[in-house]
Design a protein around this ligand. Sequence first.
Ligand code: CUA
Length: 307
Amino acid sequence: MSDRPSQSALDPAGSGAESIAELFWVMVAGGVGIWILVIGLAVYAIIRPGEHNARMTRLMVIGGGAVFPTIVLTGLLTYGLSILPELQRPAPEGSQVVEVVGVRWWWRVRYRLEDGSTIETANEIHLPVDEEVEFKLTSEDVIHSFWIPALGGKTDMIPGRENRLKLYPKKQGVYRGVCAEFCGAAHAQMSFDVVVQSREEFDSWLAEFRLPDTDQDHPGKVVFRRRGCSACHTIRGTDDDGLVGPDLTHFGSRRTIGAGVMKNTAENLGRWITATHAVKPGVEMPTFDSIDDDELDALVEYLGELR
Ligand code: CUA
């Protein structure tokens, strides 16, 4: 994909990621400095053998072996720990809350609205820029780890427990998030896109997004039911209310298919439905290779129109 979203922790677009990148560079600079010092001493020892007295040698061992590392490591530890309080501070009251649940091998995403209700989507998170956002993270099955390298640190998603993560995106754009804890066969194919946009764009996305599907008569919808898709997938506004798989209410507007596996195009969607396990080995969704061409066309068209 040429327009692949950024996934670099060293190209930060949020305040958490900035502190982490800074910590990384301080560590690198410290490591390089000490390496040069040690190599310098080694070279000196090789080209000037025999010019050492016992007192200097003892000083080197105590100074270089105990005093110096104690000072350097204490300094780095203090600096590293000083970053933590800000990273761990919860988002202020009234911040946008996003609940994300790790599922083998995709992401259930819920937005809590002002009236207390929630709407669900999957594998794509929209965030307003320059605002602190509170994530509530958990898992439905095994331990996953939620990580958007360009925005902040990773946080484990543990079944039966809710972990909090505050992020503060500072640059608009699309960033890639990944699962950072090995969680089974398709762990490496468990990613998501994060769209950071202006408050206005975010509000209109959310307003659009909370609307249910109204196209009840599409021929693809008949296929969706006949083929049993609704046993696992919800499309809000219809009787399709399966909870096992991703909510598909606005599937057509999503950027990717299969938790970041492919771009969301009609051709890829056809492949996803008919060759699911070839595209993403281990995926829980069955392969629908018995579906005929007309059915597939109608289904792909219907899902693509769910915007
Ligand atoms: Cu989920 Cu690795």
